[in-house]
Every structure is written in structure tokens, then in C-alpha cells.
Design a protein around this ligand. Structure first.
Ligand code: C2E
Ligand code: MG
Ligand code: MG
Length: 744
């Protein structure tokens, strides 16, 4: 235990515990004590100077709002200031020499104070104690923060200085704040809503306990931040939620938004989230936003159930008649806008009634469910497969083709797929069941089409399929039926034509600005035994759909290579190159690179004289694969051109990434270049673009000198078109050439 000195007082932690005002007052007291160190504390035989000092100290002590007490080793008061005496309803002088038992409200309280100072003295170091005591005058409980500093008095016995700050008011205020916070959080939690408060300045976010509870977290288990909130929003709903909040921040009023949140356990729930900016700065920038969300999962689930019941067939889960009609109307409208045709298919299971009667309704239901699944697998994601009654299903196939014939072709392929899929055996509880469909098809896309009328047509066609012996398809339009039939025949003939090598190439010159021929484009023709020369427009689409394009492409490539070899022997044609059209399907074949190089090697053609014309559709697929293939061929000298440039999906980024040599501006732009200012500026832009990418440009379909002048005037250097020469059989090419693909 040490004596009370200014130094030991400075150790006292009161400064750190008391508020600034109290600290200041204690400093004053300390200064006075410093001067009086070593003096007897109680009144004694003092000289006039000392008496003056004592009276000064008395004043300082009494003026202090804190309770100041000095006690001897037995707990008797040696000194106390006026606030203490006031508290006990007596005078400081009356307290000297007495102990707490004389003044405290209860013996327990007196004993507590006595014991406490004796204990602190025994422990020998300064302690801070929080105490309650009963005010003798008011009978109220008061709270104190006391510093108890033991030291050795000048009589060699322990003493203790107690300085107590009355913190009753502070404590009451704290209690009130705590109480009102408790009530507020009770109210907030009682609403059942997750409440949040977002300070945009610091980006701090606060939540009530319910917020965490709704999401399945313990309070504080999830950090309170916007990032954590966004992690809880169901990924598919995040963009919409952000946009809704942003609209509110931008000043468009409170936000109300229903979205899904992900709970801690991974489950999702629908919430009704709302909020508003409650504080903005002078410039209107949002500073604070508050809001809450309520769990509306039950309502949403009920709504979804109601919707399912209203719009979906409970047995198969497919859209019902009502939703199907809605989608059909939508499809008709879309088709009207896009100009693309679609098909409606009415599918009825053959002999379903017999199956139901013989095997029971349970088997019938199971069959319908499996048929529903198979139908769904026959169509693309965006198509609709619906069950509209007993054993009747409908397929809505959108945007199948740009012409009725083309659309009919696609629809027929899908119908064939359906016949195959539905016709596969079913295993229903260990019993093998078989079923077949009859399909009626109506095409749509005409402005006057209505859903009801289309459904009637498809239904009618379905009955014709039944009449035709079932397990087959019929188009509503007899002409369409005819066309589809001939398409099948056409395909068979094309297959034979390839085998019989009835295809040949014609060559159309490509010239430079001085009309010097620099090369030719190889254009395929079908030398049909009865119809004569058939244009590629009449069989290439069919070949693409059926896969025959692969065989055709190889024959064309072969013929072009042989033509190059023939030209290499003619000084006039030696430097010419040949452009060959490559379809997307051909290009994406895994063996494409090998096949091109093989054709060159087999025939002895120089790959550097070969240009492959790709359409933009080739590039729509895996661009990395395209680049790998192009680079492999480029390494052997093969050149690349983008055909029909401007008609497809053009983007600068892919042009830059591809190892290209040339663009061929599509005929449609050249056609009107002199009359349509739009086309003129498109062509000019393409020429500038090509120059900036160091690509050569060929203008296709140049028919007039005027077109040529315009193009040359804007920097085009290569031309192809009737102005210079129509596609001609190789045999007609000046000097000499090879004709049919079958020739060596
Ligand atoms: P393309 O590659 O854009 O070929 C140019 C087409 O424009 C050719 O039609 C050509 O005869 C025609 N043409 C050329 N100059 C003029 C002109 O001044 N005026 C007019 N009105 N037309 C002109 P073609 O030979 O009927 O070929 C049509 C399309 O068939 C080709 O368009 C190409 O996409 C495709 N094609 C032709 N041969 C093959 C081939 O071997 N393989 C593949 N995959 N497609 C081919
Ligand atoms: Mg071409
Ligand atoms: Mg072209």
C-alpha cells in the first residue's frame, strides 16, 4: 500500500472513467491535495497560513459535486465533503469520527460500505466500484461510480480516499434509451417484417432480429452489408431488385417489389420488399434509406397453385387448353411481326379408348404422362406442348421458316420425330404398352389467322390422318400436303443425283478495277435429267436440312480443285483463284479441315489458290472452334471470305478476331446502291470498315456501269456480276476448263 501523493493519484483511473467535467474538478482537488501532502487531514493545531489553506481545501471539497470521503483503517470518517453530508442529511463536521452505521438508510447498506473499504484497504490498490445507495432524504436509490484509493496515513495506519460520482441521471437516461430501444425492437419484430436501415454514406446496413430470423440466420450470423443482402436475393431476381431500388434512389418514389430470397438452408421464399429514401443531401443525393420485407411465400405459393390449376393439366403438368390458346394467339401475333411461319400440330393417340377400357384408367393415365414427356422432348424450349383433353395433345411450333414450303418441311420433320417418339414401347408398371399418334398440321403466319380457326384446321387434318390409316400425319392444306410429298421425292432424287454425279459447278468471274479476271466463284448446279439445270436455291436448303450438303460440298470442293489444277497448266489462267461456298453444317463437321486439305492433296491443287466463302451464320457457333479451323487452313495458304456480308449477324468484334482476307458485299445492297441512299451509305461504311481491317472487298451482283462507278469511286477494287459475266459451265471459260463434277 502506498501513501497518497500526486503521483499515485495520477495513476488513479478516474480520468478515464469520469466525464471531462468531473476529470477537471478532480484535477483541481488533486492540485490542492498536492500542496497539503503530509498534512493532518483533520483539524489540529495549525498556524494561520495553514488554516487558510485548510479552509481553502474545505471550500474546494464542498464545492465539488462529487462525494469525497476520507476514512481511517476502521472505516470511520476522517473527512467528508458537503454533498456526502447532504446525502445523509447531516453536516461534514458531524460525520467526522463516525462510521456508515450512523448514517446509512439500512444496517445492510452500512455494513456493505464498511466491509467494502476495509477490503479495498486490505487489497491495497485503487479500485473502481459501481454502487447503489438509498438517499436518506428522498428515499430514492442513487447510483455512484466510486474510485477507492487506499494509502498509508501519517500515523502509519491505512486510510482510504473515496471519490464517488453520482451517475444516477446518466444511468436513468441510459436505461430509458435501452427501454425505448427494447420497445422499438419489440414493435418492429412484432410486425413480423424484416426491417433494414441503410446509411448510404458509410454503406452500413442494419437489420432487426426478425430480418435474420426470416432468412434462417441467428442475429449477426450474417454480416450486415449490401453485398450480403444481394447474396440472399435469389439470383434470377437480383437484376430486377437492384433496378427497383435504383429507381427509388433516383427519386421515383418508394419502392415496392416482390422477389425471392434464399434462406440459409438453401430454400427460397417470396418476399414483399418495400422501402424509401428518408434523407437526402442538399443536392438531392440519397443519404439514408429504410425499408422492410414481409414473407409472402404462402400467398405466392397459393397463387402459383391457383395458376397451375387454371392453366396446367394436373396429370401431365403440360399447359391446358386455355393456356395453349393464349400461347397460340401470342404466337400468331409474333409471327405477324417477324414474318416467319409457324405450325400448329393436333395429336391424337390411336386406340387410346381401347387401352383405357382394357387396362384400366391407371394405365391410361400413366401412358398420357409418358406421352406428355416425350412430346416435350420433341420440341424446342420455346415451343409449346399442351394437353387439351383426354388423349389430345397440341404442339405450337414457332418461327419455323420464312416460306410456307420451308415451314412445312420443318413441321414434317418434327411430326416424324413425334411419330417415332410416341411409337416407342412404354413400360407401365412392368407391362409393355404400345401407342401411335395421328397428327394434323396447320401452318400459321397469314394476317387473318385466328387461334380458333387454326385449331379447327389442325383437328380436321388430324381426322384425315386417321382416315389415312392412323400413325401418320396430314397437312390441312392439300397443296402443302402435295408439296411435302414432293419434298420427300425431291430428297430421294437429290440423293440419287449425288451418287450419279449429276451436280456440276459453274464459274463466275471476279474482276479487278481494270476488268482483269482475278478469279472465279464456283456455283453448284444440278443437271436434272428431266428438269434441266436446277438452281442451287431450289436444292441447297433441302440439302442443308437433310445433311446431304456434306456430300455436295465435297464434290464442289473436288471440282474446284480439279479446275485449279487444269488452270495451272494454262498461262492465262495460272494466277486465278477459285472461291467455294461452304455451308455452316459443312464447316462445323469435325473433319472439315482434313477434307479440304485432302481434296487439295488428292487433286494436286495449290491450297493458296482456294478461297472459302463462309456466311455469317457459320460464325454464330463456337467462335473459338471457328478460329482454330480457319487458322489451321490458313497455315496452308487457304484464304477466307465472308459471303453475303451485311445480311447476317455482323459484329466488328468477330471480324477483328478472325483470320479473314475478304468481305463480299451482298447483292441486295449493290442492287439499289444508286437509288437508295440507305444502301449507298451502308456500302460506303462497309468499304471503310474493310479498309480499316485491311480486308479485300468483292462487290457481288454488279449489273450496271453506274454501280461499278459508284463502287470504284468509294474504293472498291474487286467486282463480280452480270456486268462482267454470268456463271458459266467450266467448259465455256475462256481457254479451257472442266465441266461436270464427274469428269477427271
Ligand atoms: P452466293 O454465294 O452469294 O452466290 C452469288 C449468287 O449471285 C449466285 O447465284 C450468282 O449466280 C448470283 N449472281 C452473280 N452475279 C449476279 C448479278 O449480277 N445479278 C444477279 N441477279 N445475280 C447474280 P446462284 O448461283 O443461284 O447461287 C445462289 C446461292 O447458292 C449462292 O449465293 C450460295 O449461297 C449458294 N450456293 C451456290 N453454290 C453453292 C455450293 O457449292 N455450296 C453451297 N453451300 N452453297 C452454294
Ligand atoms: Mg458465294
Ligand atoms: Mg453472296
Amino acid at each position: 500500500m502506498s501513501a497518497l501523493t500526486p503521483e499515485t493519484l495520477a495513476d488513479c483511473p478516474l480520468h478515464s472513467l469520469a466525464d471531462a467535467g468531473t476529470a477537471h474538478r478532480i484535477d483541481a482537488l488533486k492540485a490542492e491535495l498536492e500542496r497539503l501532502t503530509g498534512m493532518a487531514w483533520h483539524a489540529g493545531d495549525a498556524g494561520p497560513h495553514l488554516r487558510e489553506q485548510q479552509s481553502l481545501l474545505r471550500t474546494v471539497l464542498d464545492e465539488s459535486p462529487d462525494f469525497i470521503v476520507l476514512k481511517d483503517h476502521e472505516g470511520n470518517f476522517l473527512l467528508c465533503n458537503k454533498p456526502v453530508a447532504d446525502f445523509y442529511g447531516t453536516t461534514p463536521e458531524a460525520m467526522v469520527g463516525k462510521h456508515d452505521g450512523h448514517f446509512s438508510a439500512t444496517p445492510e447498506q452500512a455494513e456493505f460500505f464498511r466491509r467494502n473499504v476495509l477490503d479495498v484497504m486490505a487489497r491495497g490498490h485503487t479500485e473502481v466500484v459501481f454502487e447503489e445507495s438509498t438517499d436518506d432524504r428522498s428515499g430514492q436509490t442513487r447510483y455512484f461510480k466510486s474510485i477507492k484509493k487506499p494509502f498509508i496515513g501519517d500515523n502509519g495506519l491505512p486510510r482510504i480516499l473515496v471519490i464517488a460520482q453520482d451517475i444516477t441521471d446518466i444511468r436513468r437516461a441510459q436505461q430509458q434509451v435501452q427501454e425505448s430501444e427494447r420497445r422499438l425492437s419489440y414493435v418492429l419484430n412484432a410486425t413480423g417484417e424484416g426491417v433494414w436501415d441503410w446509411d448510404l454514406g458509410t454503406n452500413a446496413l442494419q437489420h432487426n432480429a426478425r430480418w435474420f430470423e426470416l432468412l434462417g440466420y441467428a442475429k449477426g450470423e450474417l454480416e450486415s452489408s449490401i453485398a450480403a443482402f444481394e447474396r440472399c436475393v435469389f439470383a434470377d431476381d437480383l437484376d430486377d431488385t437492384r433496378a427497383a431500388i435504383q429507381r427509388c434512389l433516383d427519386g421515383h418514389g418508394p419502392y415496392r417489389h416482390e422477389h425471392r430470397m434464399q434462406r440459409k438452408d438453401g430454400s427460397t421464399m417470396w418476399v414483399f420488399d418495400r422501402g424509401d429514401v428518408v434523407e437526402r443531401d442538399a443536392e438531392g443525393r440519397p443519404l439514408r434509406m429504410v425499408g422492410s420485407f414481409a414473407d409472402v411465400n404462402e400467398r405466392k405459393v397459393a397463387e402459383a397453385m391457383t395458376e397451375r390449376l387454371a392453366f396446367y393439366d394436373p396429370l401431365t403438368g403440360l399447359p391446358n387448353r386455355r393456356l395453349m390458346l393464349d400461347r397460340l394467339q401470342q404466337a400468331i401475333r409474333t409471327s405477324g411481326r417477324s414474318g416467319l411461319f409457324g405450325a400448329l400440330m393436333f395429336i391424337d393417340l390411336d386406340n387410346f379408348k381401347d387401352l383405357n377400357d382394357c387396362n384400366g384408367h391407371g394405365t391410361g393415365d400413366a401412358l398420357l404422362q409418358q406421352v406428355g414427356q416425350r412430346l416435350r422432348q420433341c420440341v424446342r424450349q420455346r415451343d409449346t406442348a399442351a394437353r387439351i383433353g383426354g388423349d389430345e395433345f397440341v404442339l405450337i411450333l414457332e418461327e419455323l421458316g420464312s416460306s410456307l414450303l420451308d415451314t412445312a418441311g420443318h413441321a414434317e420433320l418434327v411430326a416424324a420425330k413425334v411419330i417415332d417418339a410416341v411409337g416407342q414401347p412404354y413400360d407401365i408398371e412392368g407391362v409393355a404398352i404400345s401407342s401411335t399418334p395421328s397428327i394434323g398440321i396447320a401452318l400459321f403466319g397469314a394476317p387473318a389467322d385466328t387461334a380458333d380457326e387454326l385449331l379447327k384446321r389442325a383437328d380436321f387434318a388430324m381426322y384425315q390422318a386417321k382416315d389415312a390409316g392412323r400413325n401418320t400425319l396430314r397437312f390441312f392444306d392439300p397443296a402443302m400436303q402435295e408439296a411435302v410429298l414432293s419434298r420427300t421425292q425431291w430428297l430421294a432424287q437429290l440423293r440419287t443425283a449425288i451418287d450419279r454425279r449429276e451436280l456440276c459447278i459453274h464459274l463466275q468471274p471476279i474482276v479487278d478495277g481494270d476488268r482483269r479476271t482475278v478469279g472465279a466463284e464456283a456455283l453448284v448446279r444440278w443437271n436434272h435429267p428431266e428438269r434441266g439445270l436446277v438452281s442451287p436455291a431450289d436444292f441447297i436448303p433441302l440439302a442443308e436440312q437433310s445433311g446431304l450438303i456434306l456430300a455436295i460440298g465435297e464434290q464442289v470442293l473436288d471440282a474446284a480443285c480439279r479446275q485449279l489444277v487444269a488452270w495451272s497448266a494454262q498461262p492465262a489462267n495460272r494466277a486465278l483463284s477459285i472461291s467455294v461456298n461452304v455451308s455452316a453444317r459443312q464447316f462445323h463437321h469435325p473433319d472439315f479441315v482434313a477434307r479440304v486439305l485432302d481434296a487439295a492433296e488428292r487433286t494436286g491443287a495449290d491450297p493458296a489458290r482456294l478461297t472459302l466463302e463462309l456466311t455469317e451464320s457459320v460464325l454464330l457457333d463456337d467462335l473459338a472452334e471457328v478460329i482454330v479451323k480457319m487458322t489451321a487452313l490458313k497455315a496452308r495458304g487457304v484464304c477466307f471470305s465472308i459471303d453475303d456480308f451485311g445480311t447476317g449477324w455482323s459484329s466488328l468484334s468477330y471480324l477483328k478476331r478472325l483470320p479473314l482476307d475478304e468481305l463480299k458485299i451482298d447483292r441486295s445492297f449493290i442492287n439499289d446502291v444508286l437509288t437508295d441512299p440507305n444502301d449507298a451509305s451502308i456500302v460506303q461504311t462497309m468499304l471503310v470498315l474493310a479498309r480499316s481491317l485491311s480486308l479485300e472487298v468483292v462487290a457481288e451482283g454488279v449489273e450496271t456501269a453506274g454501280q461499278r462507278e459508284f463502287l470504284a469511286g468509294h474504293g472498291c477494287r474487286l467486282f463480280q456480276g452480270w456486268l462482267y459475266g454470268r456463271p458459266m459451265p467450266a467448259a465455256d471459260w475462256p481457254i479451257a476448263g472442266y465441266g461436270p463434277l464427274s469428269s477427271p
